[in-house]
Design a protein around this ligand. Structure first.
Ligand SMILES: O=P(O)(O)OC[C@H]1O[C@](O)(COP(=O)(O)O)[C@@H](O)[C@@H]1O
Length: 297
């Protein structure tokens, strides 16, 4: 089992430390692990993600679920934060997502434009901000430049910065794909190099035996892959994303492997809310049984 970096090792400013402590020790299991509910899929994918459970298209339903499920926070865009966070302000931490895009154009030159500021996050009472960085996209240079401004603002205002580090673009496809170990591992390292406090990654696929080049020939199991990604993130805490809906056992296995690797926690969206309300809460309880076994110091 790999060790998770403790809050004291992260070199955080006072504001960032206070907010992260609030998220990790005043909410959820209060043991230093995190379970977040992301709800920006209406922008990223469109309304089709709500077809499986039409009630989930209502942000008020999701906010109620997040509070009832005692999550460590919800990650939402500015429009929903303005209209739906008010009822629960102070009850559950807000991660204000500062950029986002639709999936209507192809991802070949993916870039997620910024449409909210760290000042908005402060005004809304957020405890963290989220930024999607498309590592490897031809638009990476513009992405890095807009990210730099967000990072500077987050530093100035003491706001923890969570980077959705997502490999994208043709070059990534040519090198094994966005979920390959190569790509996810590199993205985790990029987030750490660029000063993210927390990085959110997709669970990496280990190398395929018939298509593996040095130095990746040793990474054959999912556990080795996620261990490597958490190591690459070093003192940036790691959250593992859910992805599209899969079987519960598959998700529990991912969760266990992520936590054994020294991950901070999980940020599962569709796997939580693409089912009925009570079923969602039962799934969340089962995830917490895994998190409870991996407390922070
Ligand atoms: O870029 P992708 O793979 O389409 O997914 C983006 C979505 O996945 C997330 O990062 C995680 O949510 P899910 O658990 O539903 O996959 C969301 O925040 C975001 O909307």
């Amino acid at each position: 089992m790999q060790k998770r970096a403790s809050l004291n090792e992260l070199g955080l400013s006072t504001g960032k430390k206070a907010r992260l402590r609030r998220i990790l020790f005043d909410h959820g299991l209060r043991n230093g692990t995190a379970l977040f509910l992301p709800y920006d899929q209406g922008l990223e994918h469109g309304p089709r993600d709500f077809f499986a459970n039409p009630k989930a298209s209502d942000p008020a339903y999701i906010m109620k679920l997040a509070v009832a499920g005692e999550f460590n926070g919800v990650a939402i865009q500015i429009g929903l934060a303005e209209k739906f966070f008010w009822d629960y302000a102070g009850e559950i931490p807000l991660i204000l997502k500062l950029n986002g895009k639709t999936d209507i154009p192809s991802d070949a030159a993916a870039l997620s434009p910024v449409h909210a500021s760290v000042e908005d996050a402060v005004r809304l009472g957020a405890d963290a901000v989220g930024y999607t960085l498309y590592v490897g996209s031809p638009a990476q240079e513009t992405d890095f430049a807009q990210y730099r401004q967000i990072r500077a603002d987050a530093e100035r205002l003491g706001m923890p910065l969570v980077v959705w580090a997502y490999p994208r673009g043709e070059a990534i496809e040519a090198k094994g794909g966005k979920d390959s170990f190569y790509a996810v591992d590199y993205a985790a390292r990029v987030a750490s190099e660029l000063g993210a406090d927390v990085v959110k990654v997709n669970f990496p696929h280990p190398a395929k035996r018939d298509n593996v080049k040095p130095p990746y020939e040793e990474i054959f199991s999912p556990q080795q892959a996620i261990d490597g990604v958490v190591r690459s993130a070093n003192r940036t805490l790691v959250l593992v994303s859910g992805g599209s809906k899969a079987g519960d056992d598959t998700m529990y296995r991912k969760a266990e492997q992520a936590m054994d690797a020294g991950g901070l926690g999980l940020i599962f969206g569709r796997n939580v809310w693409q089912r009925g309300y009570d079923e969602s809460l039962a799934f969340v309880d089962a995830l917490k049984e895994i998190l409870v076994q991996h407390p922070s110091e």
